[in-house]
Ligand binder design. Structure first.
Ligand SMILES: O=P(O)(O)OC[C@H]1O[C@H](OP(=O)(O)OP(=O)(O)O)[C@H](O)[C@@H]1O
Ligand SMILES: O=c1cc[nH]c(=O)[nH]1
Ligand SMILES: [Mg+2]
Length: 206
């Protein structure tokens, strides 16, 4: 299922990120903030279980999260969303998937993976600002599933219809969250209107 989280605060911050005049510092800050705002909605259906505590006044049966959460950034650009998410879920663990897209073929190339213990029993929240052809996201979901993980959500900032369709057909069980569904991919595989190369804008590499 595809969910577009178009909260006014997210739309405002995303417009700042899309602006080509926005520099590395503000790009990174707004990406981080949007990551936090999106995860609030992404975690809306997390299961809870009862826990008995005592308030300063009396005994009380409260609720706490019943599932472990692992944030899975796709390197490099996904790293830009991690700290905003960790602000809201400080107990989350972080797995890393290194992946780059060949500029000619647009094929994804994995180069690194590292997962925390008990990953298979956790909710995996895969994060990457850009969902273009969908190749990188599909490959990352394949890798996460290979670890035995069954509860997976994909959180991207900007998506192209082509990429959404590809992920939905490869992994119909994975919920997709976007801040915006853009118009199309150009001849170089970039999202239009998009925001350019997210990794380069985060890390100042171009
Ligand atoms: O949907 P796709 O067509 O696969 O494209 C999207 C991928 O491309 C970008 O990564 P890139 O390869 O530029 O790596 P980087 O994050 O290191 O810059 C982006 O961050 C996604 O991972
Ligand atoms: O528009 C795009 C497409 C892929 N990767 C990016 O960083 N931007
Ligand atoms: Mg890049």
């Amino acid at each position: 299922m595809l969910t577009i989280i178009d909260h006014p605060l997210i739309c405002h911050k995303l417009t700042i990120m899309r602006n080509k005049e926005t520099g590395t510092k503000d790009f990174r800050q707004n990406l981080d903030e949007i990551g936090g705002l999106m995860v609030y909605e992404v975690t809306r259906d997390l299961p809870l279980h009862s826990v008995d505590i005592e308030t300063p006044i009396t005994k009380y049966t409260g609720q706490e999260l019943a599932t472990k959460v692992v944030v899975v950034p796709i390197l490099r650009a996904g790293l830009g969303m991690v700290s905003g998410i960790m602000d809201l879920i400080p107990t989350a663990k972080v797995a890393h998937i290194g992946m780059y897209r060949d500029e000619e073929t647009l094929e994804p190339h994995p180069y690194f993976e590292k997962y925390p213990p008990a990953f298979a029993d956790s909710l995996a929240i895969i994060v990457d600002p850009m969902l273009a052809t969908g190749g990188s996201s599909i490959a990352a979901i394949d890798m996460v599933k290979k670890q035995g993980c069954k509860n997976i959500k994909l959180v991207c900032l900007v998506g192209a219809p082509e990429g959404v369709k590809a992920v939905e057909s490869a992994h119909p069980d994975v919920d997709i969250y976007l801040a915006a569904l853009d118009d199309h991919l150009n001849e170089n595989g970039y999202i239009v209107p998009g925001l350019g190369d997210a990794g380069d804008r985060i890390f100042g590499t171009k």
